[in-house]
Design a protein around this ligand. Sequence first.
Ligand SMILES: [Zn+2]
Length: 424
Amino acid sequence: MTGLSDREAAVVAALDEKALVDHLTALVRLPSISGTDAESESQHQAARDFAEWGLDADSWRLDLHALRADPRFPGTEVERDEAYGMVAATGTGTPALVLQGHIDVVPTGDPAKWDADPFAAEIRGPGRGYLHGRGSCDMKAGVAANAAVVRTLVAEGVRLDRPLAVHTVVGEEDGGLGAFATLVRGHTGDACVIPEPTSGRMITANAGALTFRIEVDGRAAHASTRLAGHSAFDAFLPVYDALRDLERERNRVVDPLFGDLTLPYGLSVGIVQAGDWASSVPDRLTAHGRIGVILGEDVGAARAALEHAVAQAAARDLWLGDHPPTVTWPGGQFASGRLPDDDPLIEQVATAAADTQGLRPTPTAGPYGSDLRLMLGIGGIPTLQYGPGAAEDAHSPRERVDLDQTIAIARSLLVLAMRRCGTR
Ligand SMILES: [Zn+2]
C-alpha cells in the first residue's frame, strides 16, 4: 500500500476480515426479501448491531400512510404493513460522509435453478473465494463493508472530527421507500457512497426506470369462430413493435459516460397476461414492463414518450383506433440521476481506492435505477456507487460475491471515511 499515512495504514491493517465475513454470512442467512417480515427483522438486527458497536442508532417505524401521500413518493412494487428505518452515526451534526446500503433482496426465483440453498451463504474457493447466495452481492457485501468501517474505527479508537453515518434501508429493490423515508426524516450528509455491486468501478450516474402497465382490449369469441372476435393478443403486437422502435430511438445517441454499453435505456416487457381459456379468443391483455429514463430526462417526459408511442401505434391500427390501449404507471418509479463530473467526491473515492488497492477506478454510468437518484435529487447529497460484486450476478441464481474484493473495498471506504471526516 502506498499513499497511506502510517496511521491510516495501521487502521486499515486492523480491519477484522473474519468479522466482516461472519457478518456478511449472517446477513445473507436472513432472507430479507422486499416486503417480508425478515426485511423488518434485518433492520431491527442492524439497530442492535450498531448500538452494540457504540453508535447512536435512530431506529424508527416508517409512517407508510404519510410517505405514500407525499408527491415525491418513489412508488413500491410489494405490499407492506410495516417497515423500519435505521441510521447510525458516530456523533451529532451533519455527517461528513454517509455510507448507505439496502438490506432488502429480490426473490430467489425457481429454487431448482440454484445449485445450493439461496440463503445458506456458502463460501467456495479457490483462495478466500466467493460467498454465494441471494443478496450476497446486491448488496449485503456492501452493507457488511459499511459496518466493517464503523467497527474498525471504534475498535482502533479513531476519533473523527465530524460524524460518519451509516444508513441501512429497506425497499430499494422495489422503488426506494427506505432511502426516501430516511431523507424525509431529515437525515442528511455532505457526501454519500453506496457500495452497490459495481465490480469495484465508480458509478456516478444511473439511468432511471419506470414501471408501466398497458391494457389492450379485444373481443371474446369461441375459438372455432374466432373471426367473430378480436384477439387482445393480436391487438397488442403492433403496440409491442412500437415499444421496440421506441427503445431503439432512445438508445441511438447515448452519453459517453456509459462507455461501450450498447443498451443503457432498456425497454422491456416483463409480464404479459391474456385470456383465461385455451379455446377462447382473449378479450383483454395486460402487459407490465419498464422503460429506462435517460440521464437528465424528466420523468414526465419519459412517460410521455411511451404514451405517445402507444397512441401512435393505436392511431395506425383499425381495431386499436376504436379501442385505444390504456397506459398507467404503477410500481417503482426511478428517476435518473447524475453526480456532476467535477464533484470532489469522485477524486476522493478514486484516491482512497488507489492508495489502498493500487487501482484507480474511473467514473462510469449504470443502466439501472437505484437510491442514488433519491440521495442526489431529494437529499441534495453528492452520491456515487462504489462496491464489491458484479451487477451481472445480481438477481440471478448465480449470485455471489468475491470476498477479497469485499475486504479490499471495505478498506478503501475506511480510508475515505477517515479522510472525509478528519481524525484526531
Ligand atoms: Zn442493489
